[in-house]
Design a protein around this ligand. Structure first.
Ligand SMILES: [Zn+2]
Length: 612
């Protein structure tokens, strides 16, 4: 249906109320005559036929009085001699509307939706919405069973038998299930029905798939085992100690069962038992050549496919370090669980390179570490470095050397390159399991952190879990005040988006959610205090909006109040005004969990900034 553009301005409404000296607040129920007078007067003030919504927002009486007195809005219009034509559609009784709706239902294999009604129906959707107060009521009155989603996006409460989504249904039937196997996005509603997720970070570039389960119905053992079956790469990349700690962190009560399962996996050989036995410390700051090599192949990654290094399985962009022939023994000792520490500033450990593969190659070292000018060697290494270490993900650190030395059983010698062996690392290894576990512990204990505890190199799932659990006191007003800011931008933004999609059930303004057959949806995650103004990526600074309302929000059509009321700017002459104006005064559709709703401080800051 093509909507007729109505033009109004604010002054008219004021005149109207003055003229009739009536308002919404009534001490007594208005009489039939008063209702008819009010309706006719309101009809004169608006272009087109008065609507229930219009009456509710700006008319003299609540539409409820009309329903009570006349039976329906249309009967009230008829009683007031107003033709409910909506410009295009003929007058219709409730019964005619319902019959037409049943006809639409015949043509669809699910309860009719708005688009079905507008496409195939004799009468437009809007008539149902107004006549029955809600489309869901119209369906019910027509004897058609609305589906769960239709309740969810209407003002009508979902009846108990309709609650619980397809996701929960699938979990009931199949037990703990990977996120990728669930029918649709997880919502707060799912969580209300006891749906929980289990994820632990992998440390690998591939993100683990969360396992969803029903709290109380599925045993932790089943959940953890299914997670590892689904995500074997987590076992390859993390040491047993780190895995145990990650399970423990997820749910402390799962500590014992998690420990048992990990020990079992170690016995089976699924997790390499050996924790690290060697740490090599390289003082890049002390030596020109070391710095040159570090910049060339560690700080900047090397594409190992292009280098054609024989005998390695790793692919893609990797940090590579090398050892000269006189350090062959040091290189020989290194295995996959070991690592190399670099100090690029005096007295400060700035990088950790986990060893993934070691290989001897005499061809690539000149490409990597020799500099030529006009075909003449001008810098870089001056002796062969054939012993290569291909690394995992490089960790950037800022740890004083003396803090680390306190953890070791030996002092550092001050040599440019030094190896700490098994003996030197024994107590460190017993305490932490591995260097990466040490880094996670250090982060968790809050060394160098002020507010939000995030593990080393967190995945977006890790960040999302942190975001969902952030307490109000931990919310930074500006991103720069937060440790979140230190997290890789892509990881952080993915977590923010996914969190917003998870906690909102549709557009916060119109409630719409459209899903495509290939699993996409139309929601966007908007910042309340914009990023450009320093707004942080916390869920309490976000809103889910459909693309249309995201655009309108960014453009300033909508403002939101600290009590979550929607305010629409008055620009009656602009295209889109009708589309936006009817939301004025309505409430945002927000997450059920109060602590995850927008925090007023971001709203205040946004509004203050826009007033400036
Ligand atoms: Zn919307």
């Amino acid at each position: 249906m093509k909507s007729k553009r109505r033009k109004r301005d604010v002054s008219r409404r004021r005149t109207y109320y003055r003229r009739f000296k009536i308002g919404h607040k009534m001490d007594t129920t208005p009489s039939r005559d008063e209702l008819l007078t009010g309706l006719r007067a309101y009809d004169e003030e608006v272009d087109g036929v008065p609507t229930v919504r219009g009456m509710r927002n700006e008319g003299p009486y609540s539409p409820h009085y009309y329903k009570a007195e006349f039976g329906s809005w249309h009967d009230a219009l008829r009683a007031a001699d107003i033709q409910p034509t909506h410009g295009v559609e003929p007058d219709a009784t409730r019964e005619e509307l319902l019959t037409a709706l049943r006809d639409v239902d015949e043509r669809t294999d699910r309860p009719p939706r708005r688009t079905d009604v507008d496409e195939h129906g004799e009468y437009p959707y809007i008539l149902y919405d107004e006549e029955f107060e809600s489309f869901v009521h119209a369906l019910e009155d027509a004897g058609i069973d609305p589906d769960e989603k239709q309740y969810r996006f209407s003002s009508v409460d979902t009846p108990p038998e309709k609650q619980g989504s397809a996701n929960v249904q699938k979990l009931r039937e199949e037990g703990p299930t990977p996120a990728s196997a669930l029918p649709q996005g997880r919502s707060m509603k799912d969580r209300e029905h006891g749906m929980w997720k289990f994820t632990i970070g992998s440390g690998a570039t591939k993100q683990p798939d969360s396992i969803y389960y029903l709290n109380g119905e599925h045993a932790p053992e089943l959940v953890i085992r299914r997670f590892f079956r689904q995500n074997p790469h987590v076992l390859e990349y993390r040491d047993p100690h780190g895995i145990k700690m990650a399970i423990h962190k997820h749910r402390p009560s799962w500590k014992d069962i998690g420990t048992e399962i990990v020990d079992e996996l170690v016995a089976e050989g699924a997790i390499p038992e050996a924790s690290f036995e060697n740490l090599v410390v390289v003082r890049v700051d002390a030596d020109e050549t070391l710095r040159y090599c570090f910049e060339r192949s560690v700080a900047s990654l090397v594409n190992v496919d292009e280098m054609k290094i024989d005998g390695i399985d790793l692919t893609g962009e990797r940090p590579i370090w090398g050892f000269a022939t006189d350090h062959e023994a040091m290189w020989q000792a290194l295995s996959e669980r070991d690592g190399i520490l670099f100090e690029t500033r005096p007295g400060t450990v700035t990088h950790y390179l986990p060893v993934r593969e070691t290989v001897r190659d005499t061809d690539v070292m000149t490409d990597l570490w020799v500099e030529y000018e006009d075909g003449i060697r001008s810098g870089g290494i001056d002796q062969p470095w054939p012993y290569l270490v291909v690394g995992g993900e490089l960790h950037e650190l800022d740890i004083p050397e003396r803090e680390l030395v306190d953890e070791f059983d030996v002092e550092l010698s001050g040599e440019p390159i030094q190896r700490l062996d098994e003996t030197a690392l024994e107590s460190f290894s017993n305490r932490y399991g591995g260097f990466e576990s040490y880094l996670r512990d250090r982060d968790r204990s809050g060394a160098g952190s002020s507010d939000i505890a995030l593990g080393d190199d967190p995945t977006s799932q890790d960040v999302l879990e942190t975001l969902l659990g952030l307490s109000i006191d931990e919310l930074p007003l500006f991103a720069e005040d937060s440790r979140l800011e230190a997290v890789d931008r892509d990881v952080r933004e993915t977590a923010f988006r996914n969190g917003i999609y998870e906690i909102y059930e549709g557009c916060a303004i119109c409630g719409n959610l459209f899903e495509s057959p290939n699993g996409e949806h139309n929601l966007e995650a908007a910042h309340i205090l914009p990023k450009a103004s320093g707004g942080p990526d916390v869920l309490q600074n976000g809103l889910a909006l459909c693309s249309r309302h995201h655009w309108a929000f960014d453009q300033g059509w909508f403002e939101i109040g600290e009590n979550y009321e929607i305010r629409v700017r008055e620009y009656p002459s602009l295209a889109g005004y009708d589309e936006f104006h009817h939301f004025d005064g309505e409430s945002l559709r927000l997450p059920k969990q109060e602590s995850l709703r927008p925090h007023p401080k971001y709203i205040r800051e946004r509004n203050r900034e826009q007033d400036d």
